[in-house]
Write a protein that binds this ligand. Structure first.
Ligand code: SF4
Length: 695
């Protein structure tokens, strides 16, 4: 079955002893990982055995802070009575949910459908907003649908691999292994302000100044146009708005781009020549692009490079956003949050009617408005408009950007429900009601990986105590709410998968031709689309081979905009720029699960650390290993200094895995995707106390 951490979607064989999972090994026959796994995958079973698993529902007394164990009936009726009381008094806009990219697709669909069609909620979002919203918005505008076009074989079939804001070696190590299998002697270009592990392995590192990426890509486009390194036929036959784009990038002359990016002119020209050389060029990006205040237009600037050079729809090409969480793609298509089930549109009357007919529910049960985005839900809580919040398998007290005072924000709620496999997360500790959930490995369902491949997860272990699968919790709550009749067919994950297949029919993500879980399992996962009547689909498939996109005129669009001002550049008081990101391949996000593995803990740094360039450290009188105080306009943390030339002078780097990191970050958002801009804010560093509590 597929791994439940990252979006790579490796398959793991689980070894069973006495009916329970005892060990695992990577699947050698699966087209994703070819017998490999990263440390998280090898340790995937360890978090199940943690001694702080949630095993019984808990109701917390706010006065005393004490949590009392209750049975499921009490938990479900408490959920119903308190949520209904809030809705009755304050209306449906007063409750919301925050979900995840970590549970199964069928569970996401049940949650979103129960909340919106059953409970009458209008607002729900997921932590996929924090990683993939930019890619979603970019693809929708450029291609007409949220459609990552590639297959992992493209890593092996490229002549030029351009990685933007992507530290593949540690963030997606098995994808990096696919790069290493490339026998075409590819140029590997890493565009990143830091000399990351991947940059060190690349044939070329482009160490641009932080936040100059949009300028760099527009500058490269201008050079390609000037040198006529374009695929004129592809532009003419399969795209629109190129002439306007050409006019737009006129402003990005070499002098401007050199001045802003810090990359020498000859390097820029050579890079453009490589991209325009007519070889197979693939463009890949991750959070270095997605998590920015102008992320969508930056991602689209990368898409534009692939379109203008005709590098899409062919082996070894593509404008390829790499996903973060194991089921972010499932969330994007089927969670009923930002899009109506199956990539439909809440604002489209025909789409609402189609979904209502297929689900056999009244159409007025389907909201005709879009949900608030994650940050707007949090603002709603702060403003007292949202009074009931249901958090599922995510830990925003740790992970939300600029999260100072976040615990106080949650305290403002009348009712906080947290559904999680651990009662010990920072968010779960504040819950009025904790619903204990089974983990990956303790339930059935499907996940969709970065390359659109649907993979199976299976129940190979028993959940502890009374913990239930998320699916069973949604079923119980729907019945208790009194809307179980709306979900008569939603009796098992596989039954819901069939419903999702019906909902997908006719959409770009059409999976109506899949013959149940068995076919997915037997064929090593299946990439969408698989419409009805499909012959046995090939193992590795990419989109747009026919040059037809999902826009009304079937042409891809060149989308572009002027730069936005940097919301918080370094200044006299805060002279350094903080970058954040993944620390090691042994750590996953808030470490809720990876910290439970002794093996992974050994592979991760023992202390939180800030990476500082030696020039800056010398100027500040700081030596490696000493305590320093890092301060932004929002907060201060004590942390250990680590001197390294992998960061540029004037910038520092702190891994995102420590709870303290987001006390510093600045809560600004891309205006189109509303994805948080985690990657940049202004800070200062001072020598800290010689001893004392380190963050
Ligand atoms: S690369 Fe991702 S999917 Fe593969 S084993 Fe590691 S965490 Fe799991």
């Amino acid at each position: 079955m597929v791994c439940g951490f990252c979006s790579t979607g490796c398959s793991l064989n689980i070894h069973i002893r006495d009916g329970e999972a005892s060990n695992l090994s990577p699947n050698i026959d699966y087209p994703v990982n070819d017998g490999m796994a990263c440390p998280k995958g090898w340790e995937a079973l360890a978090p199940l055995d943690a001694n702080d698993r949630a095993s019984v529902p808990l109701i917390r007394d706010r006065q005393t802070g004490e949590a009392a164990e209750v049975d499921w009936h009490t938990a479900a009726t408490t959920f119903r009575d308190r949520m209904k009381a809030i809705i009755d008094e304050h209306g449906p806009e007063s409750v919301a949910f925050l979900s995840t990219g970590q549970i199964c697709t069928e569970e996401m669909a049940f949650l979103g459908s129960f909340a919106k069609f059953g409970m009458g909620m209008l607002h729900g979002d997921g932590n996929t907003r924090q990683c993939m919203a930019t890619a979603v918005r970019s693809y929708k505008e450029s291609f007409g649908f949220d459609a990552p076009p590639y297959t992992y074989a493209d890593f092996e079939e490229s002549d030029v691999i351009v990685l933007s804001g992507s530290n593949l070696c540690i963030a997606h190590p098995i994808m990096w292994q696919r790069v290493l299998k490339n026998e075409r002697n590819p140029e590997i270009i890493v565009i990143d302000p830091r000399k990351t592990e991947t940059a060190m392995q690349a044939t070329r590192h482009v160490p641009l100044r932080p936040k100059s990426d949009l300028v760099l890509y527009y500058g490269l486009a201008r050079i390609l146009i000037e040198k006529d390194l374009l695929d004129h036929d592809f532009i003419a036959e399969h795209t629109s708005d190129f002439d306007s784009f050409k006019e737009h990038v006129e402003a990005y002359d070499l002098e401007t781009v050199v001045a802003e990016s810090g990359i020498p002119a000859e390097e820029l020209i050579s890079l453009a020549e490589l991209i325009g050389s007519g070889k197979r060029v693939s463009f890949w990006w991750t959070m270095g692009v997605n998590q920015s205040y102008e992320a969508t237009r930056t991602a689209q600037a990368i898409i534009n490079l692939s379109l203008m050079t005709g590098n899409i729809g062919k082996p070894g090409t593509g404008a390829n956003s790499i996903t973060g969480q194991c089921n972010a793609m499932g969330s994007r298509l089927f969670s009923n949050t930002t899009s109506l089930l199956g990539g439909h549109d809440f604002l489209n009357d025909d789409h609402r009617q189609k979904v209502a007919d297929l689900l056999d529910i009244p159409v007025d049960r389907i909201p005709n408005q879009n949900s608030l985005a994650y940050d707007q839900i949090i603002d709603g809580v702060k403003e007292g408009k949202i009074k009931g919040l249901w958090v599922i398998a995510t830990n925003p007290v740790h992970s939300w950007i600029g999260r100072e005072n976040f615990t106080e924000t949650l305290d403002q709620l009348d009712f906080l429900v947290v559904q999680d496999m651990y009662p010990s997360t920072e968010t779960a500790q504040q819950a009025d009601l904790l619903l204990p959930a089974a983990a990956w490995g303790e339930k059935d369902g499907t996940l969709i990986n970065s390359e659109r491949r649907i993979g199976i997860v299976k129940k190979v272990a028993k959940a502890p105590g009374q913990a239930l699968s998320d699916f069973s919790i949604f079923r119980l709550l729907a019945d208790t709410w009194g809307c179980g009749d709306l979900f008569k067919r939603w009796i098992s994950p596989e039954a819901v998968f069939e419903i999702l297949q019906e909902l997908s029919e006719g959409q770009p993500c059409d999976i109506s031709g899949i013959n149940g879980y068995e076919q997915i399992d037997q064929q090593g996962g299946l990439q969408w689309p698989v419409p009805k009547g499909s012959e046995k689909p090939e193992s590795q498939r990419r989109l747009f081979a026919d040059g037809k996109f999902y826009t009304p005129d079937q042409r891809a669009r060149f989308v572009f905009a002027d730069q936005l001002p940097d919301p918080e550049p370094p200044c006299d008081e805060y002279p350094l720029r903080l970058l954040t990101g993944r620390g090691t391949s042994a750590q996953w996000h808030t470490q809720t699960r990876t910290a439970k593995s002794g093996v992974l803990a050994e592979l991760a740094p023992k202390k939180n650390h800030v990476e500082i360039h030696p020039d800056d450290a010398t100027a500040l009188g700081i030596v490696s290993g000493e305590n320093v105080e890092v301060t932004s306009r929002r907060g201060s943390i004590l942390i250990q200094a680590y001197l390294t030339t992998t960061v540029q002078p004037g910038t520092v780097f702190i891994p995102m895995h420590e709870e303290t990191t987001n006390r510093l970050t600045l809560a600004v958002f891309d205006p189109y995707s509303r994805q948080p801009s985690y990657k940049s804010c202004a800070i200062k560093i001072e020598k800290g106390p010689a001893t004392g509590l380190m963050s």
